[in-house]
Design a protein around this ligand. Structure first.
Ligand code: GZL
Length: 346
């Protein structure tokens, strides 16, 4: 599964969003003369903050091509909700056939989604969730169970510590959080906090990482100056982890699993880029909770169902793995489900 996601996501050739938008714009430019019969899709994307996001955008652009009968209008919100609201209103004015929204945060969507509903335009939510008063304001949602991602990564940590006879009270964690209010931040943070309480670990502090490498580095540097006992850095995505690793090494410390010997363990989420996989293989990232970005084909199946009058499932969760370069833990159990750890070869 992982390699198929890895290769399918085209991670080694993750284009810049500018390249992707150029492709989409080129397709749009042509719409004036050959837009007859195309299904017009307005896609409001969060931004280009991470490798995951670029792979997600690439999946949508590669899926919704003019050759396949679509006209994809891609709007990059640069992580600002107001830009997404403006984009949705533009889609309504252009009378698109479908609106696809990847919401930057959960709250604040009732008004604009009511406008879309009043205009009779179906809305599909992808990735993060929206928190709305009326679930009829969107047709359906496809994405990840972020709390489960967090619980799986923490269960890996609990098993690892048990195997290495590291006492729970010796585990001192900092949480480099994703964009505040995003479902992925809410879920991964909850997964960690519940595990801290259940296992008796020490959660020293939560800090804003905003899913970027720069903020991950900045937050980790500040925390390393403040605490001398950090031995686990829980990063809520890979780009934060890259920044955390830079900060740890710049502080003269070593990243790795051997926290008894003073190394600092980094845990992360996504598993989309070459760099993340290389870090997992060489032990710089101890464990990655997969977050699958390939929503293009899933959204296409939903749209094709809607075109044929078939009602899609309201919520579609994506199955995801958990990876490590260390074979100490081979499987974990969460809610009576057993997950085999995908051990990445050196
Ligand atoms: C998760 C997605 C998160 C990724 C980050 O589905 O919302 O946003 O984990 C991305 O890399 O920025």
């Amino acid at each position: 599964m992982f390699l198929s996601v890895f290769s399918m996501a085209g991670c080694t050739s993750v284009s810049s969003v500018e390249d992707i938008e150029e492709v989409a714009d080129t397709q749009n430019v042509m719409e004036d003369d050959t837009d007859e019969g195309l299904i017009v899709i307005g896609f409001s994307q969060v931004g280009a903050e991470s490798d995951w996001r670029k792979a997600n955008t690439e999946s949508m652009v590669k899926t919704f091509t003019r050759e396949k009968g679509y006209d994809l209008i891609l709007e990059d919100a640069q992580q600002k909700q107001q830009n997404q609201i403006t984009a949705i209103r533009t889609f309504i004015q252009r009378e698109v056939d479908y609106i696809v929204l990847a919401p930057v945060t959960e709250d604040g969507w009732d008004t604009v989604l009511t406008e879309a509903k009043d205009a009779g335009i179906p809305v599909i939510i992808v990735d993060r969730m929206v928190n709305v008063s009326d679930p009829e304001l969107f047709k359906c949602w496809v994405g990840s169970d972020f709390e489960l991602e967090g619980r799986k990564a923490c269960e890996w940590l609990r098993n690892y510590c048990e195997n290495k006879e590291i006492a729970p009270e010796e585990v001192n964690i900092v949480d480099i959080q994703g964009t505040a209010g995003a479902s992925s931040q809410i879920g991964r943070t909850k997964g960690l906090k519940d595990a801290v309480r259940a296992n008796g670990w020490n959660l020293l502090e939560e800090a804003a990482g905003e899913y970027t490498q720069a903020k991950g580095r900045e937050a980790t540097s500040r925390l390393l100056r403040k605490y001398d006992n950090i031995n686990v850095v829980y990063c809520e995505n890979d780009n934060e982890a890259f920044g955390a690793i830079e900060a740890i090494e710049s502080a003269g410390r070593k990243v790795g699993n051997n926290i008894t010997a003073g190394q600092i363990m980094v845990i992360s989420f996504d598993g989309v880029s070459d760099q993340a996989i290389e870090y997992a293989k060489n032990g710089k990232i101890s464990c990655i909770g997969e977050c699958n970005p390939l929503h293009g084909p899933r959204v296409e199946k939903i749209i094709q169902n809607l075109q044929q009058g078939v009602t899609p499932d309201k919520y579609e969760y994506v199955d995801e793995d958990i990876f490590s370069g260390d074979s100490t833990v081979t499987s974990i159990e969460v809610d009576d489900s057993v997950y085999t750890i995908k051990i990445l070869g050196k």
